[in-house]
Design a protein around this ligand. Structure first.
Ligand SMILES: Cc1cc2nc3c(=O)[nH]c(=O)nc-3n(C[C@H](O)[C@H](O)[C@H](O)COP(=O)(O)OP(=O)(O)OC[C@H]3O[C@@H](n4cnc5c(N)ncnc54)[C@H](O)[C@@H]3O)c2cc1C
Length: 384
């Protein structure tokens, strides 16, 4: 089957890009197919996130992408979802006395970009999150406008909108080989062969593997396993009103979710791309760190899972054409920010693939597309 553009991977990255490729352009819409290995898009990282939106999290350029994504989540296009995609949560970036300088640095670095930000003392932090141990907490950076995201609604909204714009979603289609002729790519999958002028690698943890199938260079993507546990809050507590609490050096976090608490040791264990499961040692670390910082006692887990956060060496995604094959595009390495940055990142990727200008909402923030180009990850002597 022949298309103009093949997008490989239907997690949040591939789904949001497919949506953006057909969102405009009326009758001149490109013919797009979204090829997904699994039967269910969202089975991997996208379905395993903890659904935070924050303008203080990650690299400076990541923060710009998050900021530029806010308006999409706050007011999505008509018909995108039947309920709000964002609900208020707030985040406390927690510091012990020995982490005071870390909190102050975070505050200085992010206050120009985040909508509202406060450096709060321990009593104020305990008003916001009453289970913080008074012996542990010294101060916090408080981001009141951080939000919970409805990740499933965002992902399904993108998939639905893409299909309405003519995108063919083909599940159970694992890409196994890519060959380039003079004019097009021929892509062999477990569901048949597809061809197109341009391909986009949005294969999450498998992005380097897909690039190698295409004969282009792997860019050094590392998949890091992260563990999440869920447990009950103390009886009678108003935990749903508490902000998420993240250690300022990201050693652990706690997040209220629908009457339960989620916790993580913020582990980052390099693993081969796979369907990862939680390990007992990481669960023990989560419980230990949470119990040291709070008055919470984790008696029983109601759920546990693990997922992959995928990073390049500089902790920035690769978005744009490959350094040696201009019709092979990357949209990979979103780390722990792939949901909160998806609307802006998809627009950047679509601009590259369609040869259009970068979105105004990003250039207005000082964003430069060159910061994300895959070529930055290829040593000069290795470029074709
Ligand atoms: C525990 C945890 C918590 C997180 N919390 C947050 C958060 O609070 N906020 C936030 O913004 N982000 C968070 N993230 C990060 C976020 O989940 C990811 O950045 C995002 O989901 C990446 O999306 P993706 O589409 O690139 O990857 P994926 O969702 O993994 O999608 C890639 C897809 O490609 C498919 N694929 C792979 N190989 C092939 C092939 N050969 N052929 C066809 N298809 C293929 C896979 O099956 C998969 O469906 C978290 C991640 C984890 C693990």
């Amino acid at each position: 089957m022949k298309y103009d553009i093949l997008v490989i991977g239907a997690g949040i990255a591939g789904a949001s890009l497919a949506y953006e490729l057909v969102a405009r352009n009326g009758s001149s819409r490109p013919r797009v197919a979204l090829l997904e290995a699994e039967d269910t898009p969202g089975y991997h990282s996208t379905g395993r996130s903890v659904a935070l939106y924050s303008e203080c999290y990650g690299h400076r350029v990541v923060r710009m992408l998050s900021k530029a994504s806010r308006s999409f989540f706050a007011s999505p296009p008509a018909g995108f979802a039947d309920h709000p995609l964002m609900t208020p949560r707030g985040v406390l970036f927690l510091a012990r006395k020995d982490q005071k300088a870390v909190a102050e640095r975070l505050y200085e670095e992010t206050r120009a970009l985040a909508r509202r930000l406060e450096l709060v003392d321990a009593p104020r932090a305990r008003e916001l999150n009453p289970v913080l141990d008074p012996e542990y907490v010294h101060c916090c950076v408080y981001e009141p406008d951080a939000m919970d995201l409805d990740v499933n609604a965002v992902h399904q909204g993108y998939l639905r909108g893409a299909k309405a714009g003519g995108v063919a979603l083909i599940t159970g289609a694992r890409v196994q080989a890519l060959d380039r002729t003079a004019t097009e790519w021929r892509v062999e999958t477990s569901a048949g062969t597809f061809s197109a002028e341009r391909v986009v690698d949005a294969a999450g943890a498998w992005a380097d593997e897909v690039a190698e199938h295409a004969g282009t260079r792997a860019l050094g993507l590392v998949a890091l396993r992260r563990t999440v546990i869920a447990f009950d809050p103390p009886a009678g507590s108003a935990s749903d009103a508490w902000p998420m609490t993240i250690d300022s050096e990201e050693q652990f976090y706690i997040k209220p979710e629908a009457g339960r608490l989620l916790g993580s040791p913020a582990d980052e264990t390099p693993v081969p791309p796979s369907d990862v499961q939680p390990e007992e040692l990481d669960i023990a670390h989560a419980v230990d760190r949470i119990e040291r910082a709070t008055t919470l006692r984790v008696r029983a887990l109601t759920r546990k899972w693990a997922g992959l956060r995928n990073f390049f060496a500089d902790k920035l995604p690769a978005v744009g054409p490959d350094a040696s094959a201009a019709s092979f595009f990357w949209l990979a390495g979103q780390g722990g920010y792939g949901i909160m940055t998806a609307p802006a990142m998809a627009r950047v990727a679509a601009a590259h693939v369609l040869g259009e200008n970068m979105p105004d909402e990003l250039t207005d923030l000082g964003f430069e597309a060159s910061a994300l180009l895959p070529a930055r990850l290829v040593p000069d002597e290795k470029r074709a």
